[in-house]
Every structure is written in C-alpha cells, then in structure tokens.
Ligand binder design. Structure first.
Ligand SMILES: NC(=O)c1ccc[n+]([C@@H]2O[C@H](COP(=O)([O-])OP(=O)(O)OC[C@H]3O[C@@H](n4cnc5c(N)ncnc54)[C@H](O)[C@@H]3O)[C@@H](O)[C@H]2O)c1
Length: 257
C-alpha cells in the first residue's frame, strides 16, 4: 500500500452519512466513497439519496440509501440496525442533517426554537448514543458532527441555530472524552459559508457583504472543500485527533474586522 493510502484510505470501512442527501453531507459522502469507504447515504428524501448513491457508484464506489428522520429516536435506531444488518458494522458516522431559522429575536417562537434544537442538537446527541454503543461493541470508530463557525461566536438573526451549534461543539468534546477508552474518536467540523438550501434565504446582499469582508479568502466555500478535513478526522491519519473542532471557513473565524 502506498504511504498516502496508509494514511487516508477508507477501504473496508462503512460510513453512515446522515444528511447525505444535502449539499455538504452529499459532498462528504462522495468524498468518503472515493476514498474507499462503503457509504450509507441516510436522509428523508429517497430520490435525492438514490441520486447520491448513483454519483458515488459513478466514481467506482459502493453506496446505498437508507431512510432516517433524525427527529425520531426510533428512526435513528432503525437506521443503525439496518446499516449493521447490511454491512456488518458502522465504522464512521457523519452527522450532517440540520435546519435553520432566521428572525428578529423577539419573533422567535417556541415551535421554531424547539424544531432547530431538536434537529441540530438533540439529534446529534441521539445518534452519538445509538451509533456510539454499536461502535463500542465493534471495538472503535470515528464520529464527525457538523457544527459551524457559529459554534465559536454567535451569528446575528439565527438565535436557535447559533445556540444549537455552540452546544454541538461542546457535546462533541464531552462525548470524545467519554468514548476515548472505547477507541471511538469524536470531532466537530465547522464549515464557514457554503450556499445551500439551509442558508439561501438568509444570505441577502448586506449579509454577504459582511461575510466577505470578514473572510480573508473572500469567497464562499465549495462543498467539496470539506472533504479533506473530514478525511483527516476519520482516516488513520487522524488517529490521535479527538475532541477538537476543525474550522473550514476561508479564515472567517480567525478575523475581527
Ligand atoms: N451551508 C453552510 O454554509 C453551513 C455552514 C455551517 C454548517 N452547516 C451545517 O452543515 C450541515 C449540512 O447543511 P447543508 O448546508 O448541507 O444544508 P442542506 O439543507 O443542503 O442539507 C441539510 C440536510 O439535512 C436534512 N435534514 C434536515 N432535517 C432532517 C431530519 N429531521 N431528518 C433527516 N434529515 C434531515 C435535509 O433534508 C437536508 O438533506 C447542517 O448541520 C448545517 O447546519 C452548513
């Protein structure tokens, strides 16, 4: 095996990408598939999931779609059971499902608040528990929770979203400590700004100008630009990396203009 393969090959591993039907999760699923992992694209939209499966197959990879609604513990449990039944075990979990809601603070109602906290935070907690238990039985694994630049500092107008992503980073570090003896590494990937369905409505002209002024690379990210950092977090190359937050944001987090 070449040196690069020793460091980064995922051959023989199974990765479940929750939210693999979405923009960022989809790009990560394709990237991990191209690195040799057998991919379970998990989400609510079968059509999008099957399209991602076909894309991975087009690159010579192996993938399948499985349904999950992360707002339901039972649905996550069923996903985990189905993934194990089909693939023997799950070595890698990527948590990339997420929702957003923007409004002035006084207009945030309880239902919006709860919906964002449920899908962005409680779902990550549940998946870490459910998949972590099977990784423990299997002798190890790697989990990557997709957090955000707003895990570091709040973003205006997205109150529940910011709070949820700060909590995801905190939970990630706490679970990493808990799972370390079981050889399960847990890290957060914190993307900057990547145009997607989730944020299209809030990226108005004024906001984009602010973002660009604070981003040294002065552009949005391309979803494929998350693959390298994700690979580091799940591949043998990252075997001593756990409990950390990796920012892929064009320099946004480091700047204070
Ligand atoms: N796009 C960005 O700039 C950006 C930046 C930082 C963090 N993120 C995070 O990255 C992750 C992926 O977001 P994206 O940008 O690809 O958005 P996206 O809207 O393209 O994808 C989100 C996916 O999550 C799925 N999802 C939502 N609720 C679900 C549920 N209850 N059950 C199952 N699936 C559900 C959606 O169907 C969709 O496929 C999210 O956690 C988001 O918060 C995105």
């Amino acid at each position: 095996m070449s040196y690069l393969c020793e460091l980064f090959s995922l051959a023989g591993k199974t990765a479940v990408v929750i939210g693999g039907t979405g923009t960022l999760g989809g790009a990560i699923a394709v990237g991990l598939g191209r690195a040799g992992a057998n991919i379970v694209v998990a989400g609510r939209n079968q059509e999008r999931g099957e399209a991602k499966v076909a894309e991975i197959a087009g690159h010579g990879g192996h993938a399948q779609f499985l349904h999950v609604d992360v707002d339901s513990r039972q649905s996550i449990d069923e996903l985990c059971q189905a993934a194990i039944k089909r693939n023997g075990q799950v070595d890698i979990l990527i948590n990339s499902a997420g929702v957003n809601h923007a409004s002035p603070y006084l207009e945030v109602d309880d239902a919006d608040w709860q919906r964002v906290l449920d899908s962005n935070l409680t779902a990550v907690h549940r998946t870490c528990q459910i998949f972590g238990a099977q990784m423990k039985d299997a002798g190890g694994g790697a989990i990557v929770n997709i957090a955000s630049v707003t895990s570091d500092k709040p973003l205006s107008r997205v109150f529940a979203y910011s709070a949820s992503k700060a909590a995801v980073a905190n939970l990630t570090q706490n679970v990493a400590r808990e799972f370390a003896p079981d050889k399960i590494r847990v890290n957060a990937l914190c993307p900057g700004f990547f145009p997607a369905e989730l944020n299209r409505a809030i990226l108005d002209k004024e906001r984009v100008a602010h973002i660009m002024a604070q981003t040294p690379l002065a552009r949005f990210g391309e979803p494929e630009e998350l693959v390298g950092a994700t690979l580091l977090l799940v591949a043998p190359a990252g075997s001593f990396v756990t409990g950390t937050c990796v920012y892929v944001d064009g320099g946004f987090t480091g700047m204070r203009f």
